[in-house]
Design a protein around this ligand. Structure first.
Ligand code: ADP
Ligand code: MG
Length: 245
C-alpha cells in the first residue's frame, strides 16, 4: 500500500476543468516532484490533497484511509504537513515562538501561548529547529532573518504535526539558486531520516532533476507523464509541452 494514492482526481471551477482525472501514488521517504506550466493545475491538486479545495470527483487515500472531503485541519492532524509559497511566519515573534505557536495549535492549546504551558513546547520546538539548522537563532525575531532562514523556520513549523507526508507548493520561490539547493537538500535529508513522503512543485528544472526521485507532469489539468528524472528529461511530450524543445 502506498503512503499516498490519488485516483481519478477532478476539479472544475465553474465550466473550466482545472484538473481532469489525475492518478499517482507516493511512497514513504520519497521525493516526488509535480511539474507543469503555469495554470497546469499543480496548486489545485495540492489544495485538494490538503483539504483547502474540494474535489469534484476522485479518491485521495493516506495509508489506505480516504481523506478526500475532510477539513484541512483534520488532514493536518492526520499527518499531512505543508508549506506555502509565501513564507507564513509571524515576523514579530522569535524563531522558537513561531514553532511553539504551531505546536500549540497542533495540540489545540492556542490560548495558552502567553502562559507557562507554552514552555513545555519550547524544548520540542528547539528540537525541530535543530533539525533544520536553526537552533542557534531560536531567540531572534523572524523579522531579522534572511529569507532562506525564514524558509527553514517554515520547514520546522511544517514538522510540528510530525508529518508522514509533506506538501510543498513552490517552496523555493523567490530564493537564490544556492539557497534553493540548500533547502531542497535539507528537505530530502528530512524525508529520508523521517521516512516522510514529500510532494513538491518547483520551477527550476535543475532543482527538480537534482532532488526528485520521481517526477509527474501536468499540462492543462492532464497528467501527461510520469517517470524518473532521466525518463522525464527525454520524454518527447514533456519536452514539447513543458521544456519547449
Ligand atoms: P498551477 O499551480 O499549476 O499554476 P493552478 O492549480 O493554480 O495552476 O490553476 C489551474 C487553473 O485553474 C488555472 O487556469 C487557474 O486560472 C484556474 N484556477 C485556479 N484557482 C481558481 C479559482 N479559485 N477560481 C477559478 N479558476 C481558478
Ligand atoms: Mg501554483
Amino acid at each position: 500500500m502506498s503512503l499516498l494514492q490519488v485516483t481519478d482526481l477532478h476539479k472544475a471551477y465553474g465550466d473550466f476543468m482545472a484538473v481532469r482525472g489525475v492518478d499517482f501514488s507516493l511512497e514513504q521517504g520519497e521525493m516526488l516532484a509535480l511539474i507543469g506550466p503555469n495554470g497546469a493545475g499543480k496548486s489545485t491538486t495540492f489544495n485538494m490533497i490538503g483539504g483547502q479545495t474540494r474535489a469534484n470527483q476522485g479518491r485521495v487515500c493516506l495509508n489506505g484511509q480516504s481523506i478526500l472531503g475532510l477539513q484541512a485541519r483534520d488532514i493536518w492532524q492526520l499527518g499531512v504537513g505543508r508549506t506555502f509559497q509565501i513564507a507564513a511566519t509571524f515576523a514579530s515573534l522569535t524563531v522558537v515562538e513561531n514553532v511553539q505557536m504551531t505546536l500549540l495549535s497542533f495540540h489545540r492549546k492556542m490560548f495558552s501561548f502567553f502562559r507557562p504551558a507554552a514552555l513545555q513546547y519550547r524544548a520540542q520546538a528547539l528540537t525541530l529547529l535543530a533539525q533544520v539548522g536553526m537552533a542557534d537563532q531560536a531567540d531572534r525575531p523572524c523579522s531579522e532573518l534572511a529569507y532562506g532562514d525564514v524558509k527553514r523556520v517554515e520547514l520546522a513549523m511544517a514538522l510540528a504535526n510530525d508529518p508522514v507526508l509533506l506538501l510543498m507548493d513552490e517552496p523555493t520561490a523567490g530564493m537564490a539558486p544556492q539557497e534553493r539547493n540548500e533547502l531542497m537538500a535539507l528537505t530530502r535529508k528530512l524525508a529520508r531520516q523521517r521516512n516522510m513522503g514529500v510532494l513538491f512543485t518547483e520551477h527550476s528544472m535543475d532543482v527538480v532533476f537534482a532532488y526528485a526521485d520521481r517526477i509527474i507532469v501536468l499540462a492543462a489539468g492532464w497528467l501527461i507523464a510520469e517517470g524518473s528524472p532521466d525518463e522525464i528529461r527525454n520524454h518527447p511530450q514533456v519536452r514539447e509541452v513543458y521544456l519547449g524543445s
